[in-house]
Ligand binder design. Structure first.
Ligand code: UDP
Ligand code: MG
Length: 318
C-alpha cells in the first residue's frame, strides 16, 4: 500500500456503541479526499467489546490499524501513542464519539494545504452537554489563559490536524503529565482554526467523569504555569501586612483604652481560616511535587499489548 498522506488518530475507551458508526463516517469522509490515508484506533484498555469490533473492521480494511494498550492509560496518552505510530504527512486527532463531526476534517485539510502546520477545531457551540460542563469548561479555559505564558486558545479541544513536522516535535517531548492541546500550542509553528459546532455524543456516555476532568484541568495548569506556587508568597505578604496592622491596633487598645479582653470566637475563626489556607497551599505544592515524582520515575508513557495493521507489527511477522 502506498504511504499514507493522512493519519487519523482515534482514541477509544469502551466505545462499542459508537465505534462502528464513527468508522463508517470517517471512512466516507476520508475516501472523498481520494488520497491515501490510515485510521489508527488506540484501544485504551476498553473492557467491553470495542477491541473485537475494531478487529473485525481491520480485517476487511487495510487502512485501519489498531494499537491495543495493556490497560487504560488515559485519553491524552492514547493520543500521544497515536502520534508516535502515525506515518502520514498530516495527522488528525479526533474523538470516537462523533462529537467532533468528521466532515470538519476536510476543512482542516484545506487549511493545511494552504500552508498551516496546526489547524485546530474551535467549538462555537456545544450541543447536548450539561450546563455544568459548559460553564466550567468556559471558566477553565479563561483561567488557564490568564495563568500561562503559552497562548493556549480558548474553547479548543484535542480535535485538530497537525503537520508531520509538528508531530515529530510532539514525539520528542517526553513529559509524562500530558496536556496535548497545551503542548501543541507551546510548539508554535503556523497555527489557525476552523470553527464547528460540537455535536451530542452519538451513543454511550462520557468517558470523562468529573474526577478525570479535574485531573486533566490540573495537568493543564501545572504543566504550563507555576503561578499557583507563587500564591503562597502573595498570601503570606498580604496576611502579614494585615496582621501587623492588627497588632498595632491591639497594642493601642491595651495602652490607651480600658476595654475588657474578649473575642475568643474571632480568634478561633482566624486560626481555622489560616489553617485552611495552609492546607490549600500545601496541596498545591503537593500537586507539583507529585508531578516531579512522576517524571523522575521515567517509566514509559504507555504499554502496547498488541498492534495490528502496522508494517512491522508482530502479528504480521508470523
Ligand atoms: N477516551 C480514552 N481514554 C479515556 C477516556 C476517554 O481514550 O480514559 C476517549 C473516548 O473514547 C473518546 C475521547 O477519548 O473517544 C473523548 O472522551 P469523551 O467523549 O468521553 O469525553 P467528553 O467528550 O465527554 O469530554
Ligand atoms: Mg465526547
Amino acid at each position: 500500500m502506498s504511504k499514507a498522506r493522512y493519519s487519523i488518530v482515534v482514541p477509544v475507551f469502551n466505545e462499542e456503541e459508537v465505534i462502528g458508526e464513527s468508522y463508517k463516517r470517517l471512512k466516507e469522509v476520508m475516501d472523498s479526499t481520494k488520497e491515501p490515508y490510515e485510521i489508527i484506533f488506540i484501544n485504551d484498555g476498553s473492557r467491553d467489546s470495542t477491541y473485537e469490533i475494531l478487529n473485525t473492521i481491520s480485517e476487511t480494511n487495510a487502512q485501519v490499524k489498531i494499537i491495543d494498550f495493556s490497560r487504560n492509560f488515559g485519553h491524552q496518552v492514547a493520543i500521544s501513542a497515536g502520534m508516535d505510530y502515525a506515518s502520514g504527512s498530516a495527522v488528525v486527532v479526533i474523538d470516537a464519539d462523533l462529537q467532533d463531526p468528521p466532515e470538519v476534517i476536510l476543512r482542516m485539510i484545506e487549511k493545511w494545504k494552504e500552508g498551516f502546520d496546526v489547524v485546530y477545531g474551535k467549538r462555537l457551540k456545544r450541543n447536548g452537554e450539561t450546563i455544568f460542563k459548559k460553564i466550567t469548561a468556559r471558566l477553565y479555559y479563561r483561567i488557564l489563559k490568564s495563568m500561562t505564558n503559552v497562548d493556549i486558545p480558548t474553547d479548543v479541544g484535542d480535535f485538530r490536524l497537525i503537520d508531520r513536522k509538528v508531530c515529530e516535535v510532539m514525539k520528542s517531548l517526553t513529559e509524562k503529565s500530558r496536556y496535548v492541546r497545551g503542548l501543541i500550542s507551546w510548539v508554535g509553528f503556523k497555527q489557525t482554526s476552523v470553527e464547528y459546532e460540537r455535536e451530542e455524543r452519538f451513543a454511550g456516555e462520557t468517558k470523562y467523569p468529573l474526577v478525570k476532568m479535574i485531573g486533566l484541568a490540573a495537568d493543564g495548569i501545572t504543566s504550563f504555569s507555576y503561578k499557583p506556587l507563587k500564591l503562597a508568597s502573595y498570601l503570606g505578604f498580604i496576611v502579614s501586612f494585615f496582621s501587623f496592622l492588627f497588632l498595632l491596633y491591639v497594642a493601642y487598645e491595651k495602652l490607651f483604652t480600658n476595654k475588657t479582653v474578649q473575642g475568643w470566637a474571632s480568634l478561633i475563626a482566624v486560626c481555622v481560616l489560616m489553617n485552611g489556607v495552609m492546607f490549600i497551599l500545601l496541596g498545591i505544592m503537593g500537586e507539583y511535587i507529585g508531578r516531579i515524582f512522576e517524571e523522575s520515575k521515567n517509566r514509559p508513557l504507555y504499554i502496547v499489548k498488541n498492534e495490528l495493521g502496522f508494517k512491522n507489527a508482530s502479528s504480521e511477522d508470523k
